[in-house]
Design a protein around this ligand. Sequence first.
Ligand code: ZZB
Length: 266
Amino acid sequence: QQYTLIKLRVKEVPSEWRASLGDGEVFLVAATLRPETMYGQTNCFVLPEGDYGFFRMKSGEIFVCTRRSALNMCYQDLGELQELPSGAKEPVCLLEKTGQDLVGLPLQAPLAAYDTVYALPMLTISMQKGTGIVTSVPAESPDDYACLLDWKKRANWREQYSVKEEWCQPFDVVEILEIPDSQFGSTSAQAICEQMKIESHKDKEKLAAAKKEVYLKGFYAGVMKVGPYAGQKVEDVKPIIRQELIDQGLAAAYWEPESRVVARSG
Ligand code: ZZB
């Protein structure tokens, strides 16, 4: 699976963390299949109980992600491998934190309309896929729409996960593309979540069906509404936008081996 690794720069690194990190720039790195939707980012998601590492890359930059994805990055020449006394090799990890520790970090997200977006919890993130960090595009991704709405409307969840209102409430959905002649219009995620009566982002089965429904339509029938390629087909501009992000140092190519389905017996 060929992903794009989007680099969300941490605008203020807590000073207690700096002793371990040195002076490298720190990025939460999110794996996406839809780089052309980055204009619509409103926040970023982490798994509160997930384990994340701060890994030093060859460039000197520090990427926050799962250990598993950091190891993949080393084999793709992004990350640095260090040899242990035992002879085993592993990525260079400067600091470890849980997702809950990352909640509330202020981030600069490439191409986003908002100057600063925040890391919020998402309880359904898989740590076995991508980097364990998910960037949020509520206009087009039903999971992201449902999750951002949960933080906006559920004060008790906000309290439980130490989410401040100012990290979610001011962030309206940013429209990025249009699906002509369809019921979905330019906020397909909201439309499908309402149509399917999705109650929360924990509604995994309905959300999987919703994602399937809008994914292909947005990609193959979508027309860009914002940015320098407004008016052009999503399918045509995706590779161009992806390459521009990479050339500007705002993203990197990231490849993931197809996940194997492990059959369990008994
Ligand atoms: C931005 C985006 C915009 C995404 C969109 C989707 C959509 P797939 O096909 O299952 O590989 N994602 C990435 N990593 C994880 C993870 N560890 N756990 C949960 N979700 C994850 O799906 C890849 C997409 O799932 C990625 O692309 C990311 O969200 C999310 F408009 O990034 B996407 C209709 C979907 N639209």
